[in-house]
Design a protein around this ligand. Structure first.
Ligand SMILES: Nc1ncnc2c1ncn2[C@@H]1O[C@H](COP(=O)(O)OP(=O)(O)OP(=O)(O)O)[C@@H](O)[C@H]1O
Ligand SMILES: [Mg+2]
Length: 332
């Protein structure tokens, strides 16, 4: 059995886009050659500014949208074509949790009915077993049995996200894509829901792709982290390494805004220039217009994601490959 539950190779996603009624359609490349893998029962965090392709990557992995290029395998096998019965069976093993629990829930159904829905759809257990399982699931996410009789609008935001989690867990998934799962919640309950997620992950051995703008949460929750910029992964490594010693200048800027426990706050690097826009992709390294270290090579040649050490990959011409020492060290 492979250590990875899901693996993607060279994923590309192009969207047709029209900037005005009479403008000719152009294509926008939202994801541009992403390869990644998520180990069983572990968490890969994805960070990057708005528009960098994080959510699109999550949707491609789940097969909610077809990729324009590339391949995905789940549990060692290629993902079957969307819509087929084989794909539907597989979908029960991977679930999506996104930002807005109210949109994810059906306003006309009670919470218990919605948590039971996957059991009905996948024909799991008889009526009594399903009732029992709904109770178990509600308890697992910290909801009381009477919450099951409520409708979504009768619950708080945090309770709704717990209900969404209970429903996602009903089919015993092995992989969850969590796309900004707590960013719509009150700050005071974000930590509770994050803790719940990690508890459930451990208890049920679930792997996660955890997408978030909140780097502190990503650092705490992730085993590995991938940093995306304009549809590409520009750095990937263990969460500890990435936050302790970011190598890509973009990662350095992101990480500089997060205080490190036990170390004095480093100088915060403010990113200059336009945020990434896939409709207007710079030549060479897409980050070069905002990079403090950009050279002529960076403007003309796109850096490939290369392994720098055993456990880290970086796409930057200025980071030495196959040495433990980043060449940027001392410059920053
Ligand atoms: N259905 C679509 N049609 C056309 N363009 C799309 C579509 N979905 C995403 N895009 C474009 O693809 C790019 C990546 O979008 P995506 O939603 O994956 O980014 P993101 O990293 O999740 O951003 P955010 O942090 O704001 O959620 C954006 O430029 C977006 O406008
Ligand atoms: Mg998104």
């Amino acid at each position: 059995m492979s250590a990875d539950i899901i693996t993607a190779q060279g994923l590309v996603k192009d969207y047709a886009s029209r900037r005005g009624m009479f403008a000719p359609p152009t294509t926008v490349r939202a994801v541009d050659g992403v390869s990644l893998s998520v180990e069983r029962a572990s968490t890969l965090g994805i960070v990057g500014e708005s528009g960098s392709g994080k959510s699109t990557t999550g949707r491609l992995l789940l097969g909610i949208e077809p990729s324009s290029k590339g391949s995905i395998s789940f549990d060692g096998r290629p993902i079957p074509a969307a819509g087929t019965s084989e794909w539907r069976r597989l979908r029960a093993r991977m679930q999506l949790i996104y930002q807005d629990p109210l949109a994810a829930l059906d306003r006309r159904l009670t919470i218990a009915d919605q948590v039971r829905e996957p059991l009905d759809v996948h024909n799991i257990g008889d009526a009594a077993e399903r009732r029992e399982r709904v109770h178990e699931l509600l308890a697992a996410v910290g909801l009381r049995p009477d919450h099951g009789r409520s409708y979504p609008h009768e619950l708080s935001g945090g309770q709704r996200q717990r209900a969404v989690l209970a429903r996602a867990l009903a089919s015993r998934p092995e992989f969850l894509v969590c796309d900004e799962p707590v960013s719509a919640l009150d700050v005071s309950i974000q930590a509770q829901v994050v803790n719940l997620l990690t508890d459930l992950q451990e208890r049920f051995s679930i792997a996660m792709l955890f997408i978030s703008h909140d780097l502190k949460v990503v650092r705490n929750i992730s085993d590995r982290v991938a940093v995306m910029y304009l549809g590409r992964i520009v750095e990937e490594g263990s969460s500890e390494d990435i936050f302790r010693e970011p190598l890509h200048p973009y990662t350095q800027a992101l990480v500089s805004s997060v205080p490190q426990p036990g170390t004095p706050l480093k100088e915060r690097i403010i990113l200059q220039g336009e945020p990434p826009n896939p409709a207007n992709r710079p030549s060479g390294c897409a980050f070069h217009p905002r990079c403090r270290f950009a050279t002529a090579r960076c403007r003309s040649e796109t850096p490939a994601l290369k392994q720098t050490t055993d456990d880290r990959s970086v796409a930057c011409h200025l980071v030495a490959v196959s040495t433990a020492q980043p060449s940027l060290e001392g410059v920053v």
